[in-house]
Design a protein around this ligand. Structure first.
Ligand SMILES: NC(=O)c1ccc[n+]([C@@H]2O[C@H](COP(=O)([O-])OP(=O)(O)OC[C@H]3O[C@@H](n4cnc5c(N)ncnc54)[C@H](OP(=O)(O)O)[C@@H]3O)[C@@H](O)[C@H]2O)c1
Length: 315
């Protein structure tokens, strides 16, 4: 198994006082560990959570650290919630140094969000798409600033199936629903969008990254198996499987947020190591690495995806 990539310790001791970040899905997994690290370095983090009480419970232990955590309600499965969240952020914060689009769901039963989008494309991609687009002027005004879109190795494909985006049937209305294909589609959309947005924002001082955080022990697998199977039963085999803690799973996002060189790769995909890449050479990951999915390099697809997304969220 390739070695876990870890941030330069100097980045993790940078003084972040005065900086403001948003982390979505901050009550659990890599969203929580990213939040913890940023506030320990003195930042103010808006912990955007679907369940505010779960968010407050999760960050309670952070009292007394140099930074500040503010828990705020954000349900990415409801566009009205995304718009309300953005309004509250803009009213309270004159600057935004980083947006970490971390929240996600995986292999959910077939369903739709309140806006009628397939659940995974709706929460993982379209909710974050709207959030990012509505915050762009604040990010531009705060430049240099950064956007991190947490994708997955699943954007390449899983279980021997290539991931793809079907713009004619984004919501599985005409094809048979497949939870893994829907997850792969949503995570591919994030990588494609990151590259497109990176190009759009060239020269603005706002840099954009997509990431694979690694195979992380968290609650994400809840729709596939009880989380204890992965988080307790498989824990002794973590090394050979490449299964890692949520602290290690935050490293790629923290690198993208804090590394001085990262903005020279705006739009790129940054990956933690993963045994799930088909080619052995890809398994060590890379900050950045070229995605093995050729769809991520298709400019026409990226433009069409942007057009469809803007229409769906009524931008
Ligand atoms: N774990 C892995 O092996 C792995 C691998 C590749 C990529 N990723 C990606 O990494 C990210 C973090 O996952 P994780 O492993 O930390 O999983 P996790 O522990 O399940 O965390 C997911 C977070 O997303 C939040 N969320 C779910 N639906 C939401 C909604 N409608 N609105 C707002 N927030 C919502 C969850 O809130 P609730 O607690 O309220 O549900 C939770 O805070 C995800 O994007 C995932 O796809 C993870």
């Amino acid at each position: 198994m390739p070695r876990i990539l870890r941030c330069d310790p100097k980045l993790l001791s940078k003084d972040l006082r005065g900086r403001v970040y948003i982390v979505t899905g901050a009550n659990s997994g890599t969203g929580l560990t990213t939040t913890e690290q940023l506030v320990r370095q003195g930042a103010r983090v808006i912990a955007a959570c679907r369940r505010v009480t779960a968010g407050e419970e999760a960050v309670r232990h952070l009292k007394g650290v140099p930074g500040v955590v503010e828990v705020a309600e954000l349900d990415l499965g409801r566009l009205v919630s995304v718009r309300g969240f953005v309004e509250r952020v803009r009213a309270a914060h004159p600057r935004l140094d980083g947006l970490v689009n971390n929240a996600g769901v995986m292999d959910t039963p077939q369903g739709v969000t309140v806006d009628g989008f397939e659940t995974q494309i709706g929460i993982n991609y379209l909710g974050h798409f709207l959030l990012t687009e509505l915050l762009l002027d604040l990010l531009r005004a705060s430049a240099p600033s950064r956007v991190v879109l947490v994708s997955s190795v699943a954007h390449v494909g899983m279980q021997n199936r290539d991931a793809e985006i079907d713009l004619e049937d984004l919501h599985f209305e005409r094809r048979r629903y497949d939870g893994i294909a829907a997850y792969g589609q949503s995570k591919l959309a994030l990588v494609v969008y990151a590259r497109h947005l990176g190009a759009r924002l060239a020269g603005s001082g706002v840099s954009v990254f997509s990431t694979h955080p690694g195979w992380v022990r968290s609650n994400l697998v809840r729709h596939m198996a009880p989380p204890w199977v992965q988080n307790l039963l498989l824990k002794p085999f973590s090394g050979p499987l490449g299964l890692m803690s949520a602290e290690d799973g935050a490293q790629t996002q923290l690198h993208c947020l804090l590394d001085d060189e990262a903005p020279t790769h705006s739009g790129a995909y940054f990956s933690q190591c993963s045994i799930l890449y088909r080619q052995k050479a890809d398994r060590r990951g890379g900050w950045p690495m070229r995605s093995p999915n050729p769809r991520t390099h298709d400019d026409a697809l990226a433009q069409r995806l942007w057009d469809v997304s803007a229409r769906l969220v009524n931008l």
